[in-house]
Design a protein around this ligand. Structure first.
Ligand SMILES: Cc1cc2nc3c(=O)[nH]c(=O)nc-3n(C[C@H](O)[C@H](O)[C@H](O)COP(=O)(O)OP(=O)(O)OC[C@H]3O[C@@H](n4cnc5c(N)ncnc54)[C@H](O)[C@@H]3O)c2cc1C
Length: 396
């Protein structure tokens, strides 16, 4: 099959980035074909936070209307000491951040986010979705790309290939940079608990972060406030490669013995724990090569300490669609402009996330100094420091 300017954009990976890219392209009138290697589109049972810079894109690509009934919009972010349980500060989210940035801060179950994207993609006549198909290798010519699928050996023609195949992207390794991601020495343990398990005082519509030396805990409402999603990050030497390796609840409880009693009560309610080792990757020198481009974690995995990896993928999707729909026929020119517009932003978010991770896990006098600054600073001032992040707007 030969590619032409009418051929769809091929997208390898039907995660948040790949589906968002398909939807953004669809809104711009560009057809796409998403290839997902998994047999279906099921997502792991964990939570995800989407700040205003992401929710405005969910709205624009048609994924927000169904989702609105299923998310929570926490009123504030409480910062607590994970050993004593003491509240250090409470920074505004809810109406304050929605008004400041013109779009809400949502917390949700990953399955709900994925379901919303999938529903919108299924409803779009110019998006084709194929599961159980691994994008294996791609070649390109002056008119298009040819992608080989691993399972069948079949080839597909497209006007471009967007590799949205995640942190372990084989297409990045083959076509851009073979360097693998490396473990950071931090593991994220995740589960979801019913809201009825929250002790009095914590049963509020707030997101929480609990800090201590070498560890932190984040939890927030999901499923329209009926459940709370948990992430505990511990610094520890062993690591796994899977996205959701099962862990016994007893193991997590034993690791949490030194934490505040109120926090341990919460953690004891968690049953179905999964662990994901956090990895880092130096950003490849290039994200685009002619008609091939990288998007989301495949281009710029982000440590989760700013809750922005998926949001960056949503931002990528909106810029990609804008550039391809304003390209006057030059796909490679559009992909180069997409990369140029996204690189500095992704580097800044990566660096800010890494810095947050260091601050969260401080020990001794440095931790005391951090808490003093947090206690003394006006809560709105603390949040205004993130205007550069949450105030990002897609090109129009
Ligand atoms: C503990 C933790 C908490 C996080 N919390 C947040 C948060 O609160 N907010 C936030 O914005 N981000 C968060 N993130 C980051 C976020 O999960 C990722 O940035 C996001 O999932 C990246 O999406 P993606 O589509 O680029 O990649 P992925 O979600 O990894 O999707 C890639 C898809 O490609 C498929 N695939 C892989 N290879 C192939 C192939 N060759 N052919 C076809 N398909 C293929 C995979 O099966 C998968 O479906 C968190 C991450 C972690 C680890």
């Amino acid at each position: 099959m030969t590619a032409s300017s009418d051929s769809p954009v091929l997208i390898a990976g039907g995660g948040i980035g790949g589906l968002a890219a398909a939807l953004a392209l669809s809104k711009a009138g560009i057809a796409s074909h998403v290839l997902e290697r998994r047999a279906d589109f099921t997502e792991a049972g964990a939570g995800i936070q989407i700040g205003p810079n992401g929710t405005r894109i969910l709205e624009a690509i048609g994924a927000a209307s169904w989702l609105r009934e299923h998310v929570a919009a926490p009123d504030a972010l409480q910062v607590r000491d994970a050993l004593t349980g003491e509240k250090i500060t409470r920074m505004p989210l809810g109406g304050w951040i929605a008004k400041r940035h013109g779009s809400p801060y949502w917390t949700m179950h990953r399955q709900d986010l994925h379901a919303a994207l999938l529903q919108a993609a299924r409803a779009a006549s110019n998006i084709t979705l194929t599961t159980g198909t691994t994008a294996e290798a791609v070649t390109q010519s002056t008119t298009g790309v040819t992608l080989r699928c691993a399972e069948s050996g079949a080839t597909l023609a497209g006007r471009a290939l967007i590799a949205a195949d995640g942190l372990w992207s084989t297409l990045r390794a083959k076509h851009f940079d073979p360097a693998p991601a490396h473990p950071t020495g931090k593991n994220a343990y995740r589960t979801v608990i019913p809201v009825s398990s929250l002790p009095e005082g914590l049963a509020v519509n707030d997101a929480h972060i609990w800090l201590t030396a070498g560890a932190h805990v984040v939890h927030y409402p999901v499923r329209a406030g009926r459940e709370h999603a948990f992430v505990i990050i511990f610094e520890e030497p062993q690591h796994t490669l899977g996205w959701s390796t099962h862990v016994e609840a007893a193991f997590v409880r034993a690791r949490a013995q030194r934490l505040a009693p109120s926090l341990r009560v919460l953690l004891e309610a968690g049953e179905n724990w999964r662990v994901w080792s956090l990895h880092e990757l130096a950003m490849p020198q290039r994200w685009s090569d002619g008609r091939i481009g990288l998007l989301g974690d495949a281009a710029h995995p982000v440590l989760p300490f700013l809750a922005q990896g998926a949001v960056l993928a949503l931002e990528d999707a909106s810029v990609l669609a804008y550039e391809l729909s304003h390209s006057s026929g030059s796909v490679s020119g559009a992909l180069t402009r997409y990369e140029d517009k996204r690189r500095a932003r992704a580097l800044r978010v990566q660096s800010a996330s890494r810095r947050n991770g260091r601050i969260y896990h401080l020990a001794g006098t440095l931790a005391k100094a951090r808490d003093k600054v947090l206690r003394r600073s006006p809560a709105t001032l603390l949040m205004r420091q993130y205007d550069w992040l949450y105030g990002w707007k897609p090109p129009a």
